[in-house]
Write a protein that binds this ligand. Structure first.
Ligand code: GRF
Length: 192
């Protein structure tokens, strides 16, 4: 059996982090054991830090505000000891530099059908659009925001007169389905 090591980066609520950890950590798929080694938050007040503590997942804080210069080099320093096979972004609100992008395989989840509605307001823009469907995308991270090669996408039908909160919840539930599958697909080409 081999182990595949994951680092997970976040900035906020951390619900995808928790979902991924609960579904994948210390579990064996096709004779491969998945291990979440380290979480990194770019915000010191992110609720995801509390989730990490509750889960027993080691979490480092690398604050954007305090580490404007050399952020990427500091990130690489944190990751170095863990033999990381995959870096998973889960609501990480920073654009990574080429040093990091070239050093690791990195994936991200975005709450829209890319290439539509890139950026931080994807859920609201998708909700307000005339489209009859919405969705989520998992993609490799490239130097351009929300633009790397797609790994997987899924869609949901919009419901007439649905309020934003309900729509948002359905988008997040779709994320909780698709992201663990995409992580496994990237790491071992296997489905759960
Ligand atoms: C998710 O909607 C994800 O698609 C986007 O940021 C949000 C993070 O939510 N990139 P959470 O912190 O995982 O709850």
């Amino acid at each position: 059996m081999v182990a595949k090591n994951i680092a997970i980066l976040f900035s906020g609520n951390g619900s995808n982090l928790e979902n991924l950890y609960l579904k994948l950590h210390n579990k064996i798929f096709n004779d491969v054991k998945i291990e979440f080694k380290i979480a990194i938050s770019s915000r010191k007040d992110a609720y995801g830090i509390t989730r990490c503590n509750n889960l027993g997942l080691k979490c480092e804080i690398l604050s954007s505000k305090e580490n404007k210069e050399n952020y990427d080099l500091k990130l690489l320093d944190i990751l170095k000891p863990y033999s990381i096979d995959l870096v998973v972004l889960a609501g990480f609100m920073r654009i990574l530099g080429d040093e990091v992008i070239n050093a690791y395989k990195i994936i991200n989840i975005h709450p829209s059908i890319l290439p539509l509605f890139k950026g931080a307001n994807a859920i609201v823009e998708s909700y307000q659009s005339d489209m009859k469907v919405a969705g989520v995308s998992v993609h490799y991270v490239s130097s351009e925001l929300d633009s790397g090669e797609l790994i997987d996408q899924d869609t949901l039908k919009k419901i007439d007169n649905e309020d934003l909160k309900s729509f948002e919840n359905r988008i997040h539930n779709l994320e909780y389905e698709i992201y663990p599958k995409a992580v496994l697909k990237v790491l071992l080409e296997c489905k759960i």
